[in-house]
Design a protein around this ligand. Structure first.
Ligand SMILES: NC(=O)c1ccc[n+]([C@@H]2O[C@H](COP(=O)([O-])OP(=O)(O)OC[C@H]3O[C@@H](n4cnc5c(N)ncnc54)[C@H](OP(=O)(O)O)[C@@H]3O)[C@@H](O)[C@H]2O)c1
Length: 349
């Protein structure tokens, strides 16, 4: 089958390798052309635009960073939907909000093509081995059409409902996982004083209720990070963890749901990205937290050094903001002797 893959980042490249290895005629396009070179060297055909890729393919797979990347790849005069795509099948695998998949599906269907959303569980290793978990959304007939190819990429396929249902399920699956990496870092910081060998710690956590399934596959990476050893190639980076958590919080907000733990985990990962750790593997975050705690943020996020002077000047000229009504008591209390911070209290205990 002629399969086009638009977006050969970590996951797209792994999927292209898998499908090429199974004998499909794989056509590739990527915004940054250098990334397709190894795939072309391995036998894939290069397309010079998304439109050219769509013209050369029966099925088009996209697995891209976010909604903006989907817009850029599908839209515009050289986008995937620019030419005649009638009768073709699109498989959209990015982790984005359901409404993004729904809006895209309308555009695809308006061109006479079919589409399913199928974001996946599993990282680059399972993608190369055809062992992803596919969460599918779409009309029954379109899912039936996509199933044979999806089965070559996934160890398990679950049709969750109409368009966008796959995206919704994927966000839900990643939520406890990504919050876990933060929680695990906090747990590891508690056991630091024990001085226990990192791999033994992973074994213990993985064999108890304190460890989810992912520790069996990724515990060795956490152990390597705890020991400051090389953790191998990046699978899912911290920037992507932040992006997924942002997506979950946005989706929950749109639904009127409260997700306080997710929102707090997002703040921790935002800080990690601001501190320049965005390109590191998300799996190594727990170890980073246990070893160093919350990262120091430098640069533009730092409080401006002239802030106190500016505030003094403002007070002197009477232009300082008045505290809102109701804060008077708090202000008075703070003008007395300061209470020790929580950290100091816990140290004293
Ligand atoms: N990595 C994983 O383990 C994993 C697992 C499951 C799901 N996912 C999801 O799969 C998707 C891809 O992840 P990844 O890890 O493969 O990310 P990645 O390596 O960063 O690749 C992202 C891809 O999106 C493209 N892209 C980004 N912005 C674009 C734009 N404005 N226009 C056109 N193309 C653009 C990139 O092109 P350039 O190369 O030009 O930047 C690249 O091809 C994400 O939604 C992620 O959440 C990842």
């Amino acid at each position: 089958m002629n399969v086009g893959i638009a977006g050969t980042g970590r996951m797209g490249a792994a999927i292209a390798t898998r499908l090429g290895g199974l004998g499909h005629k794989v056509v590739v396009w990527n915004r940054t052309p250098a990334k397709i070179a190894p795939l072309v060297a391995a036998g894939a055909q290069a397309a010079d635009s998304p439109a050219a890729l769509a013209a050369a393919s029966e099925v088009i797979i996209t697995i891209l960073t976010n909604a903006a990347a989907i817009d850029a790849t599908y839209g515009g005069p050289k986008g995937l939907l620019a030419g005649d795509v009638k009768g073709k099948l699109f498989i959209e695998m990015s982790t984005v909000r359901p409404e993004i998949e729904q809006a895209l599906a309308e555009k695809v269907r308006a061109k006479g093509a079919a589409i399913v959303d199928c974001p996946v569980g599993g990282t680059t290793g399972p993608a190369r081995e055809g062992k992803l978990f596919g969460f599918v959304g779409g009309a029954d007939a379109d899912v039936a059409r996509a199933r044979a190819l999806l089965a070559q990429m996934c160890r398990r396929i679950e049709h969750m409902g109409p368009t966008g249902a796959g995206a919704r399920m994927k966000l839900a699956i990643n939520l406890p996982l990504l919050v876990y990496w933060q929680a695990f870092g906090e747990a590891l910081s508690l056991v630091q004083p024990l001085g226990v060998d990192a791999q033994r710690l992973m074994d213990i956590f993985a064999d108890t209720s304190g460890g989810p399934n992912v520790l069996k596959a990724r515990g060795s990476v956490v152990a390597a990070a705890l020991e400051g050893r090389d953790t191998g190639p990046v699978g899912f980076d911290i920037e992507s963890v932040r992006k997924d958590l942002q997506t979950m919080v946005a989706e929950a907000k749109a639904m009127g749901l409260s997700v306080p733990v997710t929102a707090r985990a997002l703040e921790c990962f935002e800080r990690a990205v601001a501190a320049g750790l965005g390109e590191k593997d998300g799996t190594t975050w727990s170890a980073h937290w246990a070893r160093h705690g919350s990262p120091k943020v430098t640069g533009s996020r730092r409080p401006r050094p002239d802030a106190p002077a500016r505030r003094r000047r403002a007070r002197a000229t009477g232009s300082a903001r008045k505290p809102p009504t109701g804060t008077a008591r708090r202000t008075t209390a703070r003008s007395g002797p300061r209470r020790p911070s929580r950290r100091k209290i816990s140290r004293a205990r």
